[in-house]
Ligand binder design. Structure first.
Ligand SMILES: Nc1ncnc2c1ncn2[C@@H]1O[C@H](COP(=O)(O)OP(=O)(O)OP(=O)(O)O)[C@@H](O)[C@H]1O
Ligand SMILES: [Mg+2]
Length: 483
């Protein structure tokens, strides 16, 4: 059970919540939605008690467990001598149950006896989800549990959650997978800073929300027309010199100001962004060629004689299911991992910019402003406008990078990549964590980039809009011409 009443909370700037309330009963399942930075992860911290509300009441019945968006340092995981101990500290589950869950979460390559410490960020996150599913707390909070999974894994997790016998609150972009099992949707309303409850599943929420937005847009148009008419009237009165006339005119002016100030904000819509990107550093015809690359992990062959090349300014989509070796190939191309055999030939002018959700090179103590300044060496005025184009405005540019929300970090990473003069960008799942608006924004910005690009994305529209000329398929190990 979760009971939240008149919750208020802020990080010192604008409030995140102001008088927000909601209730979730035992064994109810709900989805939590809201745009990037609206406060979803913050609400979770308030529910677990990691953070205290400024005002209001937060009550949780029974044992609560949270799996955060990214698991990097989990003390329990670091302490645990083996995966088995971490998943099931009380040793009540059978090995086969544990093995089944970790294999469904695409961690079958690890034995229960191995240490969880050497796992990658994504694998740690999946292991933490496995732990929650094994332990079944009374209240389970999951922050984007499907980010690191491919389609099959996503379906399995969502199915499992659909049958979860206790209170569940999940933040996800994949809520349609849970559709028939959801009791309500909680939405963080950016305008009112309250939590709106929508009874019913995700699809009915989307429909209701769409209708509500259309209505709002119509109301705004009506009010705008009304204001325009009042302004005309005000202009007509400008020649009136009598005391009464002047008073009336002032009154009207006040009324216009009031009405304009009370005009609700339009629902955010992605604008076509106008942005000037630096030209990529000049590079030869064939910036990068990989020949006959082989890579095995233990007994598993991941890359078997892979040959790959990319031309100057070319866009290539890299596709394949999880575990097919996409990230391994990428890491070999950029020199982060060594192949067992094979050769990578790079043009001497090649400058690679790399994005992956697991690979952040931020100094978390620096502010956004300082980060852009240090990485891109841009003049003061340009820093502000670059950040503004990527939706970071006002005081937020002086926020520490470490405290950005998941989606905000992704947005900043991409902004930084585009503001430098790389001639090859390698983007591994650039849209994870992003809400629809930010996805659009990032897509429009990436489309303007003139250098070569290798993209991995599970979002088909993203790939099709980028119009790659070739697609490299793994594990088939085949290059396909697209247009
Ligand atoms: N310690 C902090 N200091 C200042 N601002 C913060 C701090 N922590 C979070 N914020 C800001 O509060 C807002 C809410 O953050 P939160 O992480 O809850 O968002 P979210 O809804 O989970 O977003 P996302 O979908 O991107 O994960 C964001 O704008 C974030 O930058
Ligand atoms: Mg979050």
């Amino acid at each position: 059970m979760i009971f939240v009443k008149d919750l208020s909370y802020s990080y010192g700037r604008e409030p995140i919540f102001s008088g927000a309330s909601f209730y979730l009963d035992k064994n109810q399942k709900a989805g939590l939605v809201g745009s990037n930075g609206s406060g979803k992860s913050t609400l979770f911290k308030l529910l677990t008690g990691e953070d205290q509300p400024d005002d209001g009441k937060v009550e949780v019945g029974g044992q609560i467990m949270l799996v955060p968006q990214e698991v990097k340092h989990d003390p329990q995981m670091e302490k645990a001598p083996s995966i088995r101990h971490y998943l099931d500290p009380k040793q009540t589950a059978e090995d086969y149950e544990l093995l089944r869950i970790i294999s469904k979460l695409e961690l079958a390559q690890f034995s229960l006896d191995s240490s969880p410490r050497n796992l990658s960020g994504g694998q740690k996150t999946k292991l933490a989800i496995a732990r929650a599913l094994v332990q079944k707390p009374d209240v389970l909070l999951l922050d984007e549990p499907t980010n690191f999974l491919d389609t099959e894994g996503k379906n399995w997790v969502m199915n499992f959650l659909g049958r979860y016998p206790k209170t569940l609150l999940v933040i996800s972009h994949d809520l349609s997978l849970l559709d028939s099992k959801i009791d309500k949707i909680l939405e963080i309303n950016l305008q009112t800073k309250k939590i709106d409850e929508y009874a019913g599943n995700y699809s009915s929420y989307l429909q209701l929300k769409g209708e509500k937005e259309n209505l709002l847009v119509r109301q705004i148009h009506v009010q705008e027309r009304h204001i325009a008419q009042m302004k005309k009237g005000w202009l007509k009165m400008s020649h009136v010199k009598s005391e009464k006339g002047v008073r009336q005119r002032l009154q009207l002016e006040k009324r216009i100001d009031q009405l304009s100030a009370s005009l609700p904000q339009m629902p955010l819509q992605a604008k076509k962004i106008k942005i000037k990107l630096p030209d990529p550093q000049w590079v030869g015809e064939m910036p990068l060629i990989a020949q006959d690359i082989n890579k095995t992990y233990g007994s598993k062959v991941v890359l078997n004689s892979v040959s790959f090349d990319i031309k100057r300014g070319e866009r290539i989509a890299l596709s394949g299911p999880n575990g097919a070796g996409k990230s391994t190939l990428i890491k070999i191309l950029i020199g982060l991992t060594l192949p067992d055999s094979g050769e990578i030939v790079k043009d001497e002018k090649l400058l690679i910019g790399y994005y992956s959700q697991e690979f952040e090179t931020f100094d978390f103590q620096k502010t956004l402003h300082q980060t852009v300044k240090d990485k891109c060496g841009l003049p003061e005025s340009t820093i502000r406008s670059l950040l503004g184009r990527f939706l970071f405005t006002g005081d937020q540019v002086f926020q520490k990078v470490g405290s950005l929300s998941g989606g905000e970090k992704t947005r900043l990473s991409i902004a930084l990549l585009l503001a430098q003069n790389y001639n090859l960008l390698i983007l591994d799942e650039p849209t994870t964590y992003l809400d629809v608006l930010s996805q659009r924004l990032i897509l429009e910005a990436i489309k303007l980039y003139q250098g070569a690009m290798i993209v991995v994305s599970h979002t088909p529209e993203f790939i099709s809009e980028l119009k790659p000329s070739r697609q490299f398929l793994l594990p088939e190990n085949k290059m396909v011409l697209l247009s």
